[in-house]
Structure formats: C-alpha cells, structure tokens
Design a protein around this ligand. Structure first.
Ligand code: ZN
Length: 376
C-alpha cells in the first residue's frame, strides 16, 4: 500500500467518540517478538495510572481492556518473524482493528486517546522516504524500491543482445551492421526501462532516484529519461546489476543521509521562496494552527524533534497549548493530549494538506511551518 492510501485508510476509521488504543512495537528480533506481550502489559500498567485513563467511563475502560486483550492475543499467535515493527490500532467499542507492518524501527509506545496516534507512522514515512534504485547495463536492468522502509525488487529484465551475424566475406561492412544492431537493441532496452520507471513513478511518486550500474551505461541511459525524472536523480553509483538486492541496499545506504538532506533542503528552499517572495507561507505554532483550521494549508512541515503537550476539546476539536480547562469555543471540558502535533496532523489530513517531517535544521521556520494555498 502506498503511504498516502495507508494514511487515508487510518483516517477513514470511524471511532465515533470511542477510546482508541494505538500500540507501536519494535519486534525486530525473535527475543523482542517473544517479549512483546510483556511490553504491552507494562505499558498498559503505566497508562492505568494516568489521569486520562482514570477519567474514562466504566464502559470505555472495558473497551480499552478488550483492546489490550486482543493485541496480546494477536502478538502471541499470528506474527511471523522477520518484521521490523508493527503498529496496531484497536477500539473494541467502535469495532475497529487494524495492523500495519512497518519496514522501519519504532520505539515501543502505547497511546490511548479518541483517535489513532499516527505521528510516529508519519514521521517514519517521512524519514524513510520513498525512493527507487535503477540499475542498468547494456544487458540487464533492475528497479528496486524502498517504500515504508520495505525493500523490494519491482522489476528486472535481461536484454538479449543480438549475436554477431556471419562476419565472413564482407569485412568492415558486416561489422558495422552488427554494431548498429547492437546499438538498436541497447536503445530499445533503455527505452523499455524508462517506460517501466515512468509507470512506477506514477503509482509511487519517488522522492528521489539513485542510478546504479556501469558508469558509461548510466551516462547513456540518463539521456533517455524525461527532465522531471532526471531532476529526481540524487546519486549515481557504480554497482553491478547482478548484485543481490540486500547487497545493493547496503552499498546505497551510505548515500541516503545525503539524499535525505538534499530532499529536505529543496523543500525548505522552496518554502523560503514562497514565504518571502510570494507570501504563501505561515510560520510558528499559532499561525500555522489557525491557517490549518481554515483549510488554507497545502503542505505542513514539522521538525521531527518537535513535541508539545496541550489540551483538546473532545466536542469541537478546539486545541490549545495554554492551560484552559474549558473550551472557549463550546464550553465543554478540554482533555490533555500527549502530543498536540497529532491534532495538527489530523487537522491537516482533514483539510487535504500533505505532511512532511523534517530532520534537518529548519532555521527561521522551526519548529513548524506551512505552505499556503493562496498568498496572504
Ligand atoms: Zn469545544
């Protein structure tokens, strides 16, 4: 599933005011997998001491206890080994149960609130990014991808180069013919790869592309790519296309921080342009939240170290970082929330804004800012 669809599916879950248990678990070793239920029980024990849990109605508490029971049942029975981590969303009262396998590591975490806690998922998606590796030589090609941290081979092909035809008798002329046949076969091969890449790009929207293969082939192949794909090439590395997938990712790994940094820099540069030149940006918690509520934000950038506690109104979703106990909007009691950014995330999703977590320094735009749909 691609990240956008995954997030949509979470957002579409109907909780109808019922408490939701969200659990993130690191199950990257068989030891961790074996102990997962103990971890869940310990986290739940801590949650029971918190005001939020104590203030739940009896009916709501029963629902959460059922969530924990189901999560443990699942962890004990159904999980295969070899996964990195898992996200489980459960609300017994709302009849919601969803499991997402993640290809990246997360910290163990349990959050009980009135909607799924999705920030760690989004942050992981932002950090891992979505990229392709294209390996080419004249006789082979492979397209690999990293999506949601999951490494996979999307496509591969072997290009059968024409055998040299009989070269007796006609000397140089036959040779030139053979040469031309070869060139045509290689050109067809490259065009075929390009068509495949374009198809995947349409579905997956790669954040960047890494080109690998024989150096001279990379240079040739690049000429066949359309400018918008060429622009996405973030690194070029000589790699033998015959190398097994895990070895390729290992080789590519050291390039990733650089690819990530330049992807983020481009986003921030674009924001600076929009903000200073076109007045199409907002900066800071208050202004960003205000614009989100009015549906003006097209893309939200949040620094990945930014957390803030706050309060939210369960009735009208009014949020505040100040201490108001009662909602100034509708007069209902406000409840504490572990991470106000999650409310901002929901506001963003509800108004169709994209969300990007940024790991680089955001300078003047820290800790969060938003691209506006229209200028101020
Ligand atoms: Zn309210």
């Amino acid at each position: 599933m691609n990240p956008a669809k995954l997030i949509q599916s979470l957002q579409a879950l109907k909780m109808e005011g019922n408490p939701v248990t969200t659990v993130y678990l690191d199950i990257s070793s068989s030891q961790k997998l074996r102990n997962a239920d103990i971890v869940v029980n310990n986290m739940f024990k801590q949650k029971k001491d918190k005001t939020f849990y104590k203030n739940l109605s009896e009916e709501e508490k029963v629902s959460v206890e059922k969530d924990i029971e189901n999560i443990n049942k699942y962890l004990n029975n159904l999980l295969p080994e070899g996964l990195f981590s898992v996200m489980i969303v459960s609300s017994s009262q709302a009849d919601v149960w969803k499991v997402i396998h993640l290809g990246f590591l997360v910290e163990n975490m349990m959050v009980i609130q009135y909607q799924p806690y999705i920030r760690p998922l989004l942050q992981g998606i932002s950090y891992e990014r979505n990229y392709a590796i294209i390996l080419v030589d004249q006789g082979k090609a492979k397209i690999l991808a990293n999506r949601l941290g999951k490494k996979e081979e999307l496509w591969s092909v072997v290009n059968l180069l024409p055998e040299d035809a009989n070269d007796r008798g006609f000397g140089g002329m036959e040779e030139r013919k053979n040469e031309r046949r070869r060139e045509e076969a290689v050109a067809r091969h490259y065009k075929n790869i390009v068509a495949q890449v374009e198809g995947f790009e349409k579905d997956y929207h790669f954040d960047w592309i890494i080109l690998g293969g024989l150096r001279e082939c990379i240079a040739d192949f690049k000429n066949y790519l359309k400018p918008e794909l060429k622009k996405k090439i973030s690194a070029e590395i000589p790699i033998d296309p015959n190398l097994p997938m895990d070895k390729v990712f290992l080789l590519v790994d050291k390039e990733i921080p650089q690819c990530r940094a330049s992807y983020e820099k481009e986003l921030l540069d674009k924001f600076a342009d929009e903000y200073y030149k076109n007045f199409k940006g907002v900066v800071g918690l208050q202004e960003t939240e205000e614009s989100l509520k009015q549906g003006q934000i097209d893309m939200l950038l949040i620094h990945d170290k930014f957390h803030t506690k706050g309060r939210i109104c369960k009735q009208c979703q009014y949020t505040t970082i100040h201490g108001e106990k009662m909602c100034p909007n509708c007069g209902n009691p406000m409840i504490l929330t572990v991470d106000l950014t999650d409310e901002l995330i929901y506001l963003a999703l509800d108004t169709g804004a994209k969300i990007e977590f940024i790991s680089s320094e955001m300078g003047d735009f820290a800790p969060l800012c938003g691209f506006l749909r229209y200028s101020k």
